[in-house]
Design a protein around this ligand. Structure first.
Ligand code: ADP
Ligand code: ADP
Length: 234
């Protein structure tokens, strides 16, 4: 069954007297547990689509149903609570808090959920070990490489075990070797827990990690394609 259903969604921005059609008429269903890639060039509307699915922006027309709830009808507070409970984010530029350690950054989503400090630390440590940073718990972001910072970002996205993870150009600032490591890490974590992962990118090499690729161009879906998995490859 689908965890996200997007029906006849458009997004039009008004800039002065001008109208910018960022998304024209999007219809898309994402099944639970799928790894889905939204692929398109700069300005095609990818980030807008992700922001709508994450409830960070509201559609101009159409409906977005996530886990059975019409998110465009929720209040701002309702949306914020919904995101806290159901959604994790991975960003291109990591978005870690510079004054906090890796452990504290990863614990943050659990603080917002009211989890006790003891359980927060246990859970955050476990995630940091899973992403290979067991020996970097007390490092601050500026004491880590880009790849390490993104691992912290990944641990933070998964720490509260959300049903849906959104990743916007997660490897955009990383070299090709680190990109492979990070993509394997994100997709393996999502598959282990049967989480739905939505990746937004302009990079076809990233898209091949997904189960399905949604090609977006000029605010429209041009085609949707299942990826071919080679035997023995995950
Ligand atoms: P992508 O993520 O594929 O690069 P975006 O979704 O960021 O594309 O943008 C799609 C189009 O919508 C672009 O033409 C962009 O300039 C425009 N756009 C995006 N956000 C806004 C905004 N807040 N106000 C005005 N125009 C916007
Ligand atoms: P990225 O390419 O990593 O998504 P951008 O700087 O292109 O980063 O976009 C960051 C955010 O700003 C996106 O959510 C996008 O929707 C929004 N955005 C893009 N263009 C505009 C604009 N002209 N005005 C306001 N917001 C915009």
């Amino acid at each position: 069954e689908s965890i996200i259903t997007i029906k006849d969604v458009s997004k039009i921005y008004r800039v002065g007297t001008e109208k910018v059609v960022a998304l024209e008429c999007i219809n898309l269903e994402i099944p639970k547990g799928e790894i889905c890639c939204i692929l398109g060039t700069s300005g095609s509307g990818k980030s807008t689509l992700l922001n709508l699915m994450a409830g960070l922006e509201r559609p101009t027309t159409g409906s977005i149903v996530i886990k059975g709830k019409n998110i465009e009808k929720m209040s701002e507070n309702g949306l914020a609570r919904f995101r806290q409970k159901n959604v994790g984010f991975i960003f291109q530029s990591y978005n870690l808090l510079p004054s906090l350690t890796a452990l504290e950054n990863v614990s943050l989503p659990l603080v917002f959920r009211g989890v006790s400090k003891k359980i927060r630390n246990q859970r955050a440590k476990k995630l940091l070990e899973q992403v290979g940073l067991g020996t970097r718990m007390n490092h601050k972001p500026n004491q880590m490489s880009g790849g390490q910072q993104q691992r912290v970002g990944i641990a933070r996205a998964f720490v509260a075990n959300p049903d849906i993870i959104f990743a916007d150009e997660p490897t955009g600032n990383l070299d090709s070797k680190t990109t492979v490591e990070i993509m394997n890490l994100i997709t393996n974590l999502a598959r282990e827990n049967n989480q739905t992962l939505i990746i937004v990118t302009h990079d076809v090499n990233i898209a091949k990690y997904a189960d399905r690729i949604v090609y977006i161009f000029d605010g429209n879906i041009k085609k949707i394609e299942k990826t071919v998995k080679v035997e023995g490859e995950v």
